[in-house]
Write a protein that binds this ligand. Structure first.
Ligand SMILES: C[S@@+](CC[C@H](N)C(=O)[O-])C[C@H]1O[C@@H](n2cnc3c(N)ncnc32)[C@H](O)[C@@H]1O
Length: 248
C-alpha cells in the first residue's frame, strides 16, 4: 500500500490524540475518552505489528476509529495490507465517525468496515477463509462476548500471529486472558503500553484493578499490573484432547 496513506493515517490519529476530540460530518465534536485506546497503547500495537511485518489485521469494536487508524497505519505499510473493523453501533452510537476518520486518513483502500455484531460477522469471515496475522479484541466486554470473539479470531489466526485484548482492568477480560494462557497454545508477548504513563497513574491503575478483582483465582497474570492491554502470540494450533480443561 502507499506510504502516503500511512503518513496520513498517522497524522490523523496524532491530531486526534492531541485534541482529545473527534468530529462528525457536521463538525460536532465528541471526546475520545474514555472510549478509545490511549496514544501509548495505539503506538504499542502499531509498532508491534510493524516489527512483526503483520499486514492482515482485524478488530472488534471500532467506536471513533482511534484503534482502527493505528492498526490500519501498520497494515498499510505492507503491499496488500488489509484491516477489518467490526462494530454494530458505528452509525447509531458513534455518528459514523470511525468510518469518517478512515476516509479522512486516506485509508479507505486498506480498511473494510462491517456495521454488524462481531458474533455474527466473525463466523462469516471464517467461512470465507479469511487469514489473519493480528486481531485486536475490544468489542462487547462481557466475558462470553469477548471469548466468542477470541474463538473465531483463533480460527483465522495463523501460527506466529497474535491477538491483543484491551480493558484488562475488567475481570471479564482478565478471565478471557486467563483462559487463553491456561488452555491454549498462546504465549504472552511483552509490549510497552504503560511506561510513558508515569508512576502515579500506574499506581492508580493497579489500585483500581485490585478493587475490581473477584475473590476467585485470577490466572491472567494481570491482576496486580498496570497494563490495560496484553498481546498473546499463537505458538501452535489447537491440539487439545476433547476432555482437556485447565482452570483459569
Ligand atoms: C471500547 S469501544 C472500542 C474502542 C476502539 N477500539 C478504540 O480504541 O478506538 C467498544 C466498542 O465495541 C462495540 N461493540 C459493542 N457490541 C459489539 C459487538 N457485539 N460486536 C462488535 N463490537 C461491539 C461498541 O459499539 C463500541 O464501539
Amino acid at each position: 500500500m502507499s506510504g502516503e496513506s500511512t503518513v496520513s493515517g498517522k497524522s490523523t490519529v496524532m491530531a486526534i490524540h492531541r485534541s482529545g476530540v473527534v468530529t462528525d460530518a457536521e463538525g460536532t465534536e465528541y471526546p475520545i475518552r474514555p472510549m478509545s485506546i490511549l496514544e501509548v497503547e495505539g503506538r504499542a500495537l502499531r509498532d508491534f505489528m510493524v516489527q512483526r511485518g503483520y499486514s492482515q489485521s482485524l478488530e472488534t469494536g471500532m467506536a471513533y476509529g482511534v484503534s482502527t487508524l493505528w492498526l490500519a497505519d501498520a497494515a498499510a505499510r505492507v503491499e496488500g495490507g488489509h484491516h477489518i473493523a467490526i462494530d454494530p453501533r458505528q452509525h447509531s452510537g458513534y455518528h459514523s465517525i470511525g468510518m469518517l476518520n478512515v476516509e479522512r486518513a486516506g485509508l479507505n483502500n486498506v480498511v473494510d468496515t462491517y456495521v454488524e455484531s462481531s458474533e455474527l460477522r466473525l463466523p462469516k469471515l471464517v467461512e470465507a477463509k479469511t487469514k489473519l496475522d493480528f486481531a485486536f479484541i475490544d468489542g462487547r466486554h462481557l466475558f462470553d462476548s469477548a471469548l466468542i470473539d477470541f474463538f473465531y479470531v483463533d480460527r483465522m489466526l495463523r501460527v506466529g500471529g497474535a491477538v491483543a485484548l484491551h480493558d484488562l482492568w475488567m475481570p471479564s477480560l482478565r478471565k478471557v486472558a486467563g483462559f487463553i494462557r491456561q488452555n491454549r497454545n498462546y504465549r504472552l508477548v511483552p509490549v510497552d503500553s504503560v511506561s510513558q504513563l508515569g508512576l502515579p497513574l500506574r499506581a492508580y491503575k493497579v489500585a483500581k484493578r485490585l478493587r475490581t478483582s473477584t475473590l476467585g483465582r485470577d490466572r491472567s497474570g494481570f491482576r496486580a499490573r498496570a497494563e490495560n492491554l496484553c498481546v498473546l502470540e499463537k505458538v501452535a494450533g489447537d491440539d487439545r484432547h476433547h476432555e482437556h480443561f485447565e482452570p483459569f
